[in-house]
Each structure stands twice: as C-alpha cells, then as structure tokens.
Design a binder for this molecule. Structure first.
Ligand SMILES: O=P(O)(O)OC[C@H]1O[C@H](O[C@H]2O[C@H](CO)[C@@H](O)[C@H](O)[C@H]2O)[C@H](O)[C@@H](O)[C@@H]1O
Length: 351
C-alpha cells in the first residue's frame, strides 16, 4: 500500500505509538467461563457502565477520549487520508450491525436502523461491494436492514448470503452447502459454514429458552457439558452458544473477499466498521499484511486492532455519506476523462 507525505502507510501501521496508557475500559481479555465471570463481563461491556457517563457529544471533548483518538484517529478527521489509500482501487465495505448501523438499546428486537441510515447504506452498496457482518442470524439482520443490494454474513459469519447475479457470488469453495432463498422477491445465495450444527443448537436453545435470565446464566455451563462441540461466548448482555469451528467475522471477511474476486490488495481496499469485540477478528485480518482498514465505533477508550475510530452510529452515517459522495465524484471524473479521450480519438479520425 502506498505511503503518505507524513510517513504513515495506508493500512497496518496507523499513527505513531503513544505512551502506554491506563488499562482500557473494555479489556480484550477473556473472562473466566463461570456464571459470575459472564455477569461481570456483561456488566462491564454494557454501555451504561462506562467510567464517565456523559452524552455522546461531550465525550468527544473528554480529555481521556481525545488522548485515545491520537492512537485511533477519527475516521472523519482522517477521511482524506483514508480515501487516498483507496485511490485507483476498489473499496469494499464491511459493516457490523448492532452499535454500528443501529444504536445499542436494551431490547435486542428494538434495535432498528433509521430510514436515513438505510438510504446511506443502500447508496454505498450501489457504488461499492458492501456486506453486513453480524452476530445476529442472517434472517434477523435482514429483517432490520431490508436491502437486497448487499451481502449478509450472520451468526458471526457462519451464515452468508448475497444477491444472485451480482459480479462474483457467495460460492462455496469448501464443499459445504450452498442453496438459495427468496428475500423481497429477489433470489439470494446462501453459504453456511456450520450448517451441520443447526439441529444441535436448536436442541440447546430448547433446553434453555424457558428459564429466566439469571437461571440461564447459571445453568448454561451445565447444559453445555453434554455438548463438547459447542462453546459459550458472551457480548453486551448476550450469551451465545456457538459451534466449535474455526470461523469468525475475520474468516467471513476473507471468504467474501475471495468469493467476490476482491482478494487482491493491490486492487482492493477493504474497510471494516464495527464496535464489538467480535469485530476484532475482522480488524486483525485487515491489519495483517496491511491489507485494509478497521474503524472501531466506540465512545469509550479501548484497545483495538482497528486503525481509526468513530464515536457512534451517527458518525458512521456521516462517514458513509462522505464515502458515497467521494465515490460519486471519482466516478464522474472518470466519465469526463473517458469522454475527453473519446473526443480526442474522434478528432484524430476526422483529421
Ligand atoms: O455483530 P453485531 O451486529 O454487533 O451483533 C452483536 C449482538 O447484537 C445484539 O446484541 C447487542 O445489541 C442489542 C441491541 O442494541 C443489545 O440489547 C445487546 O445488549 C447487545 O449485546 C444481538 O442481540 C446479539 O444476538 C448479537 O450477537
């Protein structure tokens, strides 16, 4: 990737290292897998548990947050630097859903995306290959987003679907099942990395679903003892039972880049925007070999493999709007140059 006048490279290096700072608010270590560990971890991960509980606008002026943005510069402030990295390349866009495209709310079923955000994502998808990579199931995330122009990787990338007939497709290179489904009268192609686990996960869900939350937290471990091929993971107020397969959001990004013919880092700049610890796998993949850029959405300082930051979903929307505008201007320029070349050729023919 090319380098800049200030010496920093496009992907992988980021700004110069800062002095070692205090322990981050959300340490990236794994908590012990027993009920108290999860509960403590989930409390810590809750947005209401930030050390200074201030509104998102004032967070940007908080000295600790500002010091943190020296290490993870705002993607809005660094916009020109970011698009300079994508000059002459195709930008591929990967977006997390909860906390990135929709605000974090108490009730997961209420995490709707605003119409404005939907329109911006749609415009982005018209110009750039765009995928949503979520911890939710593909169906759930599709119900919120309702755009057939995109690729979706649900269940942390284990369930991938995309529009049939787009350039490139979610073809299964690993002899696992692909099939198709109808979404809003459009055929979508599907790839599921761990489909064999679906009946097992349904069974465990059935054993846990009728219990109350505290009881679920206490007995999930017990239930899972009988299922050594399943493991427990946890996010913000969420316990998830996952198959033990070597698959995560990072692998899903690699899979999509390969499947869509976007794996050549000389020609493609992947940008991933996400807020959660599960997004770190994707940031890491992009940071490796200086392949692309991760943007962490966070209103509290935390350590990350991302290179840039955005405060909250409204800032994500501003960033996407600017990206779309930049792309439209770039395409318009390309058309003008092409027209100019055509007229020069006409002129030559007429001579
Ligand atoms: O990968 P994501 O798209 O970020 O999904 C991660 C989890 O998101 C949801 O939970 C989170 O958002 C909820 C709504 O704002 C919030 O109530 C919850 O506390 C958060 O953890 C979703 O419910 C999970 O299944 C996803 O894994």
């Amino acid at each position: 990737m090319g380098s800049h006048a200030n010496g920093s490279t496009c992907a992988g290096d980021g700004p110069p290292p800062m002095e070692k700072r205090k322990e981050p608010a959300f340490p990236l270590k794994t908590m012990p897998l027993h009920a108290n560990g999860w509960l403590n971890d989930m409390k810590l991960s809750s947005p209401t548990a930030v050390p200074v509980n201030i509104g998102s606008n004032s967070v940007a002026f908080d000295p600790i947050y500002r010091a943190w943005t020296q290490k993870y510069p705002s993607a809005l402030n660094a916009f020109e630097r970011i698009v300079a990295c994508g000059k002459g390349k195709k930008i591929a866009l990967f977006l997390d859903y909860d906390g990135t495209l929709s605000p974090i709310v108490d009730e997961p079923d209420n995490a709707v995306m605003s119409d404005q955000m939907r329109e911006v994502v749609r415009s982005a998808a018209l110009h750039l290959p765009t995928a949503i990579i979520s911890g939710r199931s593909c169906d759930k995330v599709f119900d919120f987003v309702r755009l057939t122009e995109l690729y979706y990787a649900g269940s942390h990338g284990m369930d991938i679907m995309g529009p049939v007939g787009k350039t490139g497709s979610v073809t299964d290179h690993r002899s696992r099942g692909t099939n198709s489904s109808k979404k809003q009268d459009k055929e979508m192609q599907i790839f599921q990395a761990a489909s064999e686990f679906l009946p097992m996960i349904d069974e465990v869900f059935g054993l846990l679903v009728d219990k109350d939350w505290a009881l679920v937290a206490r007995c999930t471990d017990d239930v899972l003892k009988a299922y050594p091929r399943l493991r427990l993971s946890h996010g913000r107020k969420v316990l998830e039972v996952r198959p033990m397969v070597d698959w995560n959001k990072g692998k899903a990004v690699e899979f999509l880049l390969d499947s869509l013919g976007l794996a050549d880092s000389d020609e493609v700049l992947p940008i991933y925007i996400g807020d959660d610890r599960t997004d770190e796998d994707a940031f890491k993949v992009l940071r490796g070999n200086k392949r692309g850029l991760g943007i962490l959405v966070s209103s509290v300082p935390k350590e990350s493999q991302a290179l840039y930051s955005l405060l909250d979903p409204p800032e994500v929307m501003d960033f996407l709007k600017r990206l779309v505008k930049w792309k439209e201007e770039e395409e318009a320029q390309r058309i003008t140059v092409k027209q100019l070349l055509v007229s020069v050729d006409d002129f030559r023919v007429n001579l």
